[in-house]
Design a binder for this molecule. Structure first.
Ligand SMILES: *Cc1c(COP(=O)(O)O)cnc(C)c1O
Length: 235
């Protein structure tokens, strides 16, 4: 009844505040050892599978950037929390036929990975920020464009109305040394900037590897479980 941690209006996710504080501390530490300003790093809390109430708690704790990877879930959450003015980042694969809908609630799309999706996202009415996702594995199911197709995809984004290219996004391959993978993403980002000088941001770094991503220049971290705790299994 008198839980001093209780947020107004709802029960508190055990340990959420503490985990957020720990991650924020580690971000500051990793930035300091890389000689970087932590203020240039955006932390997106990936809230997929978690209820709206957890996102409200995060907002109370000062988090503004939320990440989701499934369209229907993201759309419903963004609608339910519209009044909070949060920034929604779509980090999952986008189906072509859902692309226009994703644009309506997501301010940033991190997973632009093929020419047909670029075309589907075209708009003469508004501009959405996006990253081109690069696949660092040989498995096409992982999502992302192959590095050798990056330049062509960047050109296509630049030629498409309604898209503003922020930079390159990637997931470190399972079993690979993350620091080396992120160094490769940094190089690919530099390559993209030759054609798109404004595309200076790097979306990389998750719960298990974000300090390495910061060392290699990450500007947008996508952190889930290290902050939220384990994801519930949806029935
Ligand atoms: C789920 C997800 C994350 C967060 O993963 P954690 O390991 O929970 O930090 C980041 N990026 C993408 C693309 C994801 O799907």
């Amino acid at each position: 009844m008198n839980d001093p941690d209780a947020a107004p209006g709802g029960p508190v996710t055990p340990g959420l505040r503490e985990r957020l504080a720990v991650v924020r501390g580690r971000i500051i530490e990793a930035a300091a050892s890389a000689g970087r300003d932590p203020g240039e790093i955006t932390t997106i809390v990936v809230t997929k599978f978690h209820p709206v109430s957890l996102i409200e708690e995060l907002a109370e704790l000062g988090v503004r950037d939320m990440g989701e990877n499934r369209h229907q879930e993201a759309q419903a959450k963004a609608a339910a929390l519209d009044s909070l003015g949060l920034t929604w980042h779509f980090v999952g694969q986008v189906q072509g036929k859902k692309a226009r809908q994703v644009r309506t609630y997501a301010q940033v799309i991190h997973s632009v990975d093929r020419p047909s999706l670029v075309d589907a996202l075209q708009s003469g009415e508004s501009t959405v920020d996006c990253f081109v996702q690069v696949n660092l594995t040989d498995d096409p199911a992982r999502g992302g464009v192959r590095p050798r197709e990056l330049d062509a995809l960047v050109e296509r984004v630049l030629a498409t109305e309604g898209l503003r290219l922020l930079g390159v996004m990637a997931v470190a391959p399972v079993g690979a040394e993350p620091r080396r993978a992120f160094a490769r993403v940094r190089e690919l980002g530099e390559q993209a900037r030759l054609a798109a000088p404004g595309a200076k941001y790097l979306s990389m770094g998750m719960s298990q590897d974000f300090p390495d991503a910061i060392s290699e220049g990450a500007t947008h971290l996508r952190i889930g479980t290290a902050i939220t705790g384990n994801r519930p299994v949806l029935g």
